[in-house]
Ligand binder design. Structure first.
Ligand code: DC
Length: 227
């Protein structure tokens, strides 16, 4: 199996780029953020406060009551919480914040570790996250760390939210992006960091198509994919 580890901060364009690359290469695109988001949604629905002081309770409820499934339907990833497709419900700003908080808890990361490795063992994947190259798939065939300047990432996220009809300002989104960057890079467990053997791809000045083509070229040249 060919495993592509793709990490980077919020709004770097990881998911849209990775989805398109996976489609062109015939790989499975795995958005691991959706798994953290699903755990956060599950806790919120069960009135379990997402707080480090509550980690034991969170771990207990995830391990005993949550059946988390992952599936690809027509090339699109779906996540299921106890049988219910929550792929849309996990895309709110409330869940973005809660997912960032819950992802700092070591027991939650452990809970999701084997699930991610199992998917990668069975499929050619582009797996997108924060610790894929460093923790989940340290032996990935290729590791790419994709980023862009914070103002550019905030603008992309702002455009996305506006297109969905959200009433937000660019300033608010920049604050949120910086906050999540801080959370993701400063947590003790598996912080967002570029793996030493990852290739850095800065998309600040690149169009979507340029980024996709750049990644496909990298994947083709550094894996067994086209041999
Ligand atoms: O990629 P995303 O925005 O959907 O991720 C939601 C949160 O989950 C993000 O703030 C950080 C966390 N996350 C993580 O810690 N590790 C991953 N592999 C993926 C996401």
């Amino acid at each position: 199996m060919i495993n592509v580890a793709l990490d980077g901060p919020v709004g770097a364009g990881k998911s849209t780029v990775a989805r398109e690359c996976a489609k062109r290469l015939g790989f499975v695109y795995v958005d691991t953020g959706a798994l953290y988001r699903s755990c956060a949604l599950f806790c919120i629905r069960n009135n379990v406060e997402i707080d480090p002081g509550n980690e034991e309770k969170i771990s207990e409820i995830l391990n005993s009551d949550l059946d988390l499934e992952f599936d690809i339907v027509d090339g699109i990833q779906h996540v299921y919480v106890n049988g219910e497709d929550v792929s849309d419900q996990i895309r709110t700003r409330e869940i973005s914040k809660a997912a960032s908080d819950i992802s700092a808890l070591p027991s939650v990361r452990r809970f999701l570790l084997d699930r991610q490795r199992e998917i990668a063992a069975k499929n050619n994947v582009i797996m997108d996250g924060r610790d894929i190259g460093t923790v989940i798939l340290p032996n990935a065939d290729i590791k790419i760390f994709i980023t862009a300047r914070p103002e550019i990432r905030a603008k992309r996220r702002y455009d996305e939210l506006k297109a969905k009809g959200h009433d937000v300002t660019l300033g608010e989104i920049l604050v949120e992006v910086n906050k999540r960057d801080f959370n993701d890079t400063h947590r003790k467990e598996a912080p967002l960091v570029q793996a030493p053997d990852a290739i850095l791809l800065d998309t600040s000045e690149l169009t979507f198509e340029e980024t996709v083509e750049g990644m496909i070229e990298l994947i083709g040249s550094l894996t067994e994919y086209d041999k």
